[in-house]
Structure formats: C-alpha cells, structure tokens
Design a protein around this ligand. Sequence first.
Ligand code: BTN
Length: 321
Amino acid sequence: MQVLRGAAEPISGEKLAVHLALSRAAVWKRINRLKAQGYAIEGSPRRGYRLLTIPDKLLPEEVLQGLKARRLMGPMHHYETLDSTNDLAKELGSRGAPEGTVVVAETQTRGRGRLGREWESPPGVGLYVSVVLRPMLPPMELPQITLTTAVAVVRAVRRVTGLAPGIKWPNDLILSGKKLGGILTEMESESDRIRYLVVGLGLNVNNPEFPPGLKDLATSLALEAGRPFSRVNLLQAWLEEFEGLYERFLHQGFPEILEAWKRHTVTLGKKVTVRQGPREIQGQAEDVAPDGALLIRVANGEVLRVTSGEITPGPAEDPGA
Ligand code: BTN
C-alpha cells in the first residue's frame, strides 16, 4: 500500500512482488483485497498498478499512517457494521486486549449513549470509536478520565476544523447550542483497581441532516462549517490529543486538565436542572470539584455534589417575575 501511495507512475506487478517479497499471485490477491476495501486501483497488464483514490473510511492503514501516538496506537479493529464499538471493546478488554486497542465502525446498529440512551450512528458520516485503557488507578478516578477525554475532543476538533465546541458536564460536546458528540466511559473494576476501561466517542462529523426528532437537538461539523471533514484526520487528532492528556493525567494528576476543561465548559455559571432518574436538582452550576463532581448551589444555599445525571438548562426564568 505504502509503495502505491507514494508513486506518481504505475508500478508493475513484478516490481511490487519484489518490493513486498511476495509472489505475483499474492500481489494480485492483495490488490483485489484493497479494491474490495474501496481503494480505486487502476491496473493495466503492460504498465502495472496505480492508486487513484482512497476510500472515505476509517481503515487502520489510513488511520495508522502518520499517527503520532505511541500508547494509543492499536491494535486497531475496523468494521463496516457493529452493534456497538463499546460492546466489542469491552469484550476484547475482558479477554486481555492491551491498552491502546481501538475499535472503529462505519455504522452501529445499537450504538449506546449515556443513561441508557441510543446513539444514532448512520453509516460513513460519524466517528464511532472505542479505546481500551488499563490505567493503574482506583475506580473512583474514572470521572476524571471521562472529563479528560472531552478536553481531547475539543482540541482535536479545533485542530482539524477550526471550530470550537463547548463541553457540557460531564463530557457532551456542544456546538451552536446543539449536541455534536458524546463520550461513554465504561469500566470493569475490582474494589480498588480498574481492570480495564473503555472510552467510546461518538462524533457527528459529516451528517448532512438529522431525523426529525433530533433536528433541533443535534448538529454535525459539516452542518456547522458548510463543508465536510476527514474522519481519518479527526480520529488521528483525537487519539493524539487524548494520549497526551491521558499521559499527563497518569503522571501529573488532574488539576491542569481540570483547568482546561473549565475553560471549555458551557455548564458553569448557569442555572441548571440535573435529572437523576426520578430525582431532580435545580440550582446554579458553580464549579467542578477536583475529583470531577459538579457542584450545584441549591435554593437554600447548600452546595450539592453531583456525580451522575443529565444536565439541562433552567429552570426557565419566569418572564412575569
Ligand atoms: C452520550 O453522549 O450519551 C455518549 C454517546 C457515546 C456514543 C459512542 S459511539 C462509539 C461508542 N459505542 C457506543 O455504543 N457508544 C459510544
């Protein structure tokens, strides 16, 4: 693949065979496999093979190409369709997959969001990716990793698109007041140690539209910018940014990352309602504690710690008041 990618002129089957130390028949098979993956390769019996176009897919060959990451560098598993990349990553994690294992799908049939919601995952337009991590940390540090992942998404999106999403606590990505992406962190732990955790990112990249029920709630990078973006570049940027922040978190702790999270958040300083199942808390989102919990000042002046739940703006001001 590399050799075809770099070549201005067609390369003969014979040359490819020598270069790859394969038989001519094996070269032909490999070319056919690449074509089946969506690479457009022109082959003429006299001149040889020429790469015309690369498919708009999150193929490992493309993502790993030029990826500046060490820890989050695969093994990378790519699927056309999966139920949920988090489900497969958890299965791989439970079978001992190493830290940095990445699972990517072009579409998910049962993509999952936080709080048991569904994650709309139409084919070929979004990022649906899960990473297996094995930090030597106690389970109570999970919320901090969760916030860290969101900072990495903001940085990656900025780097690739110039757009600047905000973060809604804990890790929803928001653009123009609508949801751009979200992160589902799941872990398997013993009482004092995380065995493995899976960080799953869903990012609306090139979605041209959303179904009626989501139209007013969701947006994509392409809708905001008026042009499409490379999902490969976005995935590479997220893996790189996340690796940098994750290593900083492991070695230097959370304070600096929390400051970065606070610079990007759209939640603090606002009146909010937190829904936790049947329970509802209303108040002012004042701060985030060093462990990642949201601190809400309620009507009686007390400050409550919130570690889970769905935040919505409001309660709406009473216009007559
Ligand atoms: C949320 O905002 O509720 C979190 C959404 C997380 C969706 C991603 S898509 C990739 C990974 N696989 C899943 O099933 N969910 C996460």
